[in-house]
Design a protein around this ligand. Structure first.
Ligand code: ATP
Length: 222
């Protein structure tokens, strides 16, 4: 991934974790918070850290935000500040905006204002943990903006050393294997003859209905 410019506004646990992870991944990170202590704490782990009130349009304008690829507004509890700041960064021309919401209504407002993606950290994590608990083979659950989702899963024992065609995942469950990952590479269009190995992680796409049915089924096998 090429280096991108990220601005993170709000350095609670969520914002701090995103900012420092991006920085450790080699990205340019500008971190902003109204609270000077938060700025001191993060200063060594991001590219720049600035203390300011992000609802102050005039101060925000001095940052040249139009040159940033992504703004992540992680102010959660103060909905007024969260919506104001999202609107301001949108107006200032940031290409992609991620918001953090504390409720479905808050999320809806952020989408209306122009956020490209809204995260509800507790709810999203709750959904992931629940899916993982139903089946320990399921490693991750990625919801797409429709009735479809992607899952990452470890192969079932009965699939090992069989081809994708032989396990009949599409015929039996209506699910497509769209990629195979392992520690060395990712194959984004595996052939039906691909032989599944223990170290593979299968990336599968399907309707939520089919994926749920499939999860319940493999949950019972575990
Ligand atoms: P988390 O759940 O991620 O730990 P939190 O519960 O600490 O977050 P939030 O209300 O979601 O708190 O705020 C996140 C951060 O946003 C805080 O560090 C807060 O100081 C900062 N913040 C709030 N308002 C502004 C603002 N107007 N400008 C800049 N930063 C702000």
């Amino acid at each position: 991934m090429k280096n991108k410019h990220f601005v993170i506004i709000g350095l609670g646990r969520f914002g701090t974790s995103i900012a420092t992870t991006l920085y450790n991944l080699g990205q340019h990170v500008l971190a902003i918070d109204i609270n000077e202590d938060r700025i001191q704490e993060i200063a060594d782990n991001v590219t720049h850290a600035i203390q300011l009130d992000a609802t102050d349009e005039n101060v925000l304008k001095t940052l040249g935000l139009r040159n940033f690829d992504v703004a992540i507004v992680t102010i959660g509890t103060n909905i007024q500040a969260s919506t104001m700041v999202t609107l301001l960064v949108k107006e200032m021309g940031v290409k992609y905006i991620v918001g953090k919401a504390t409720s479905d209504l808050h999320a809806k407002i952020l989408y209306k204002i122009g956020a490209d993606r809204v995260i509800l950290p507790e709810q999203d994590m709750g959904i992931r943990v629940a899916h993982h608990l139903v089946s320990s083979n399921i490693l991750d659950y990625i919801e797409l903006p429709s009735d479809y989702s992607m899952i990452e899963l470890e192969p079932l024992d009965e699939w090992l050393n069989k081809s994708i065609r032989d396990i009949e995942i599409r015929g039996k469950y209506g699910i497509n294997i769209v990629a195979i990952k392992n520690d060395k590479s990712i194959d984004v269009s595996p052939s039906a003859n691909y032989i599944i190995k223990r170290t593979d992680i299968l990336v599968a796409l399907g309707s939520n209905k089919d994926l749920n049915k499939f999860e319940t089924l493999i949950g019972k096998k575990n």
